[in-house]
Design a protein around this ligand. Structure first.
Ligand code: NAD
Length: 489
């Protein structure tokens, strides 16, 4: 059977790539091609930017409350089509349906509605300088903005970023990840159905090197938001230099989950295991990929985590009882396997897991033999400088590091180039407050982990990014400031 195709969405129309090329999209639970997406390049990006430039002034002139009404209709249509969209995404990137259908789709619709509510809250300042001039500041939309998406939660990211950009009055060109963009392309028809003018949102699929770089380099794009790896963030930063293009970066992480000896160990183990083995088989920017554990409870904690990991069902993402699906692409699978090999070579001790391929499945299923399966895995390392402890693996692989003193725990937690998130488990309130101050990251959780909400600012420090998204100031990244001096005539 010929796989279905998911064309680009430009100026309100479905279009193949101008060059006619298609990229294979693989079902990661079988390893087989299940769909094709356009292999777009600079010409497709140029068409999309032109369409966005035509749409931008009209959309910016729509009163904010009316923009909000359109966004709320979009949220409603997303809710009505949530089941189909979630199934497409789970098929495409292997994230379990319970998460896409249960969390990403309803959360995405709520995120659109939240950003809609921000549309008419944009304000400026009046500055009193004396004299006759009236001086004020205005926040204005950029015009055309670019949004580059990752493959781990494409729809959730699409809804969050695009609704923010639109609420602020911009037109958008989106470049989703080539590995998993069918759900985003499938959902495009809902945009104009909700009342958005053609060209206000354009989605162009293709590789990062061709389509992504063309978007960042396009002189008609005033701002680009990138959610992706730190390596991509670096490359995009270089490219943006030519046009001094404004950038927002949401990048990788290596989040530390500190477990003190006074913690509720059962709750901590459940929370830590859930934060690295589920949520897309650990393919989450805020995965608890490092457990930093007080030496006196190290064994008691890691044994509990092992019990949780053993209880997880690894299998078909669409099955209702599956806890963990496959790795999203062959390339990422190879990367995760390389860390399973690297760990012991670097001197880390395998505490459990380490298996891959069909052996990692909870029960045999010949239909899934070609999938990209990895067992929930935990290593122990006594040296936080190992690559295993420093580099983002982006899979169901954690490393546990023992510590003796509180200061040592924070030093380990902060001892990477990342600063996206982190947390601690403790019953001591004073220590909890110290941990919030000491952990150098954009988000710190105490006695919980991997919680993100549209109403709470979220963003990275250090090499994890440069700006918070979400929360009451979410539109700020989509607006540019102007100072106005007005003298009486
Ligand atoms: P990636 O960096 O490989 O790709 C992300 C996007 O960037 C894709 O659309 C890709 O095509 C594009 N891209 C790649 N190279 C490019 C280039 N040279 N120019 C322009 N665009 C380019 O990331 P991924 O593998 O899709 O996603 C996983 C990464 O994303 C992880 O590092 C994860 O931590 C990060 N992530 C971060 C957040 C966050 O909120 N901080 C959220 C989700 C994922």
């Amino acid at each position: 059977m010929t796989p279905p195709t998911y064309p680009n969405h430009i100026d309100g129309e479905s279009r193949p790539a101008i060059g006619g090329g298609w990229l294979d999209s693989t079902d990661p639970s079988t390893g087989r091609v299940w769909a094709r997406v356009p292999d777009s390049g600079p010409d497709d990006i140029a068409e999309a930017v032109d369409a966005a430039r035509r749409a931008a002034p009209g959309w910016a002139a729509v009163p904010p409350a009316r923009r909000a009404a359109v966004l709320r209709r979009w949220a409603q249509t997303v809710t009505e089509h949530a089941d189909d969209l979630a199934r497409t995404e789970s098929r495409d990137n292997g994230r379990v349906l319970r998460e896409t259908r249960g969390a990403d789709l309803p959360g995405g619709a709520m995120h659109i509605a939240y950003n809609a509510g921000l549309a008419d809250t944009v304000t400026g300042d009046t500055l009193h300088l004396g004299g006759t001039a009236s001086v004020s500041t205005l926040l204005e939309p950029y015009g055309v903005v670019g949004v580059i998406l990752p493959w781990n939660a494409p729809l959730a990211m699409f809804f969050a970023k695009v609704s923010g950009a639109l609420a602020a009055g911009n037109a958008v060109v989106v470049k989703p990840a080539e590995q998993a963009c069918c759900s985003v392309l499938a959902g495009c028809a809902l945009l104009e159905e909700a009342g958005l003018p053609p060209g206000a949102v354009n989605v162009v699929a293709g590789t990062g090197e061709r389509a992504g770089e063309a978007l960042v380099a396009h002189p008609g794009v005033a701002k680009v938001h990138v959610t992706g790896s730190t390596a991509t963030g670096r490359r995009v930063t270089e490219l943006s230099a030519a046009g001094i293009t404004d950038l927002s970066l949401e990048l990788g992480g290596k989040s530390a989950c500190i477990v003190f000896d006074d913690a509720d160990l059962d709750a901590a183990a459940a929370g830590a295991a859930g934060a690295v083995y589920t949520g897309g088989a650990g393919q989450s920017c805020v995965a608890a990929s490092r457990f930093v554990v007080q030496d006196t409870v190290f064994e008691a904690f890691t044994e509990r985590v092992r019990a949780h990991a053993r209880a997880l069902r690894v299998g078909a993402p669409g099955a209702p009882d599956t806890d963990m699906g496959p790795i999203a692409s062959e390339e990422q699978y190879r990367k995760v396997l390389s860390y399973l090999e690297l760990g012991p070579k670097e001197g880390a001790e395998l505490l459990f897991g380490g298996g891959s391929g069909p052996d990692a499945l909870t029960g045999p299923d010949p239909a899934l033999d070609g999938g990209y399966w990895v067992e929930p895995t935990l290593f122990r390392a006594d040296d936080g400088g190992l690559r295993l402890c420093q580099e983002e693996i982006f899979g169901p692989v954690a490393v546990a590091l023992p510590f003796a003193t509180e200061e040592e725990a924070y030093a380990i937690a902060n001892g990477t180039g990342y600063g996206l998130a982190g947390g601690a488990w403790t019953r001591d309130l004073a220590r909890a407050r110290r941990a919030v101050s000491a952990i150098d990251a954009g988000t710190v959780w105490i006695n919980t982990f991997r919680r993100i909400h549209w109403a709470v600012p979220f963003g990275g420090r250090k090499q994890s990014g440069n700006l918070p998204s979400n929360g009451p100031d979410a539109l700020r990244e989509w607006l540019t400031l102007k100072a106005a001096w007005i003298e009486p005539a």
